[in-house]
Design a binder for this molecule. Structure first.
Ligand SMILES: O=C(O)CC1=CCC(=O)O1
Length: 252
């Protein structure tokens, strides 16, 4: 898989991988890169079918999304990295921490879940294959941002643009990866020190999902931010940057 990615920050510094959510792309992390890249080599990438990464025909499995990351790390000669992911990105991070623990140093899981059921995701996959991505824009923004933020023109333009430009087959394949994910039982085996961040107003992966992850991963701790919906790192960038720097050991 030719994964589109961007590297920022000093060569030789510890690496932080940033993994995007369903319907977004690596620009999801625009507010984190300047804060992290003083002290870390930041590797952000596009999940398959999103941004500049092409889409193979779906369905996908979480193992394939994790495999894309391992292939990218191998290609770049990176042995071990910290990992932060939002939603689908967090699911990818949990899969990696369980199945490739030697590659993941510390883990930050933002607005994510270890179990989102399957029926609605299979339905959503069928909808985008039939109707394309344009129909996803208006339903997504109110899940991603609290009402005040969702109305801001720059938010609508940036994030509406990301979802409408995602590849429908890639988006559908990622929905199928969420439908088929099987990570709940593996949580007790995650050894990476884990921070779980939730948005208090997130309707997609509410704080109860963060608590469920933290109950499974030994030593994990939860932080709940407000006001914040599903894309808490975009709505509360300063708070998320502070938490990530503390967790990854880069706080001043
Ligand atoms: O439904 C959404 O857009 C929220 C979401 C669930 C998984 C993910 O990555 O985003």
């Amino acid at each position: 898989m030719n994964v589109n990615h961007e590297l920022t920050g000093p060569e030789g510094a510890p690496v932080v991988v940033l993994s995007n959510s369903l319907g977004t792309d690596l620009r999801l992390w625009d507010e984190q890169v300047p804060a992290l890249s003083d002290r870390f080599r930041v590797l952000r990438y596009d999940q398959r079918g999103h941004g500049g990464t092409g889409a193979k025909p779906g369905p996908y499995a979480l193992a394939e999304l994790g495999g894309d990351v391992l292939e990218l790390l191998d290609r770049l000669g990176i042995g071990k990295a910290h990992f932060a992911g939002v939603s689908l990105g967090g699911m990818t991070g949990m899969w990696l921490a369980e199945h490739a623990p030697e590659r993941i140093d510390r883990l930050a899981l933002i607005c994510t879940s270890a179990d989102l059921g399957s029926a609605s995701w299979l339905e959503r996959a069928a909808t985008v294959r039939a109707d394309g991505m344009a129909a996803m824009v208006e339903p997504s923004l109110p899940r991603w941002f609290t009402p005040a933020a969702a109305e801001r023109p720059e938010i609508r333009e940036k994030f509406g643009g990301m979802i409408s430009s995602a590849d429908a087959e890639g988006y559908a394949g990622c929905c199928e990866a969420i439908a088929g994910m099987d990570i709940l039982d593996g949580l007790p085996g995650i050894a990476a020190p884990t921070l779980v961040i939730a948005g208090a107003e997130d309707p997609a992966t509410p704080p109860s999902h963060a608590e469920r992850i933290a109950a499974g991963v030994p030593g994990a701790r939860v932080e709940v931010l407000s006001p914040a919906a599903h894309l808490a790192n975009a709505e509360q960038p300063e708070a998320v940057n502070r938490l990530l720097l503390e967790h990854f050991g880069g706080a001043a």
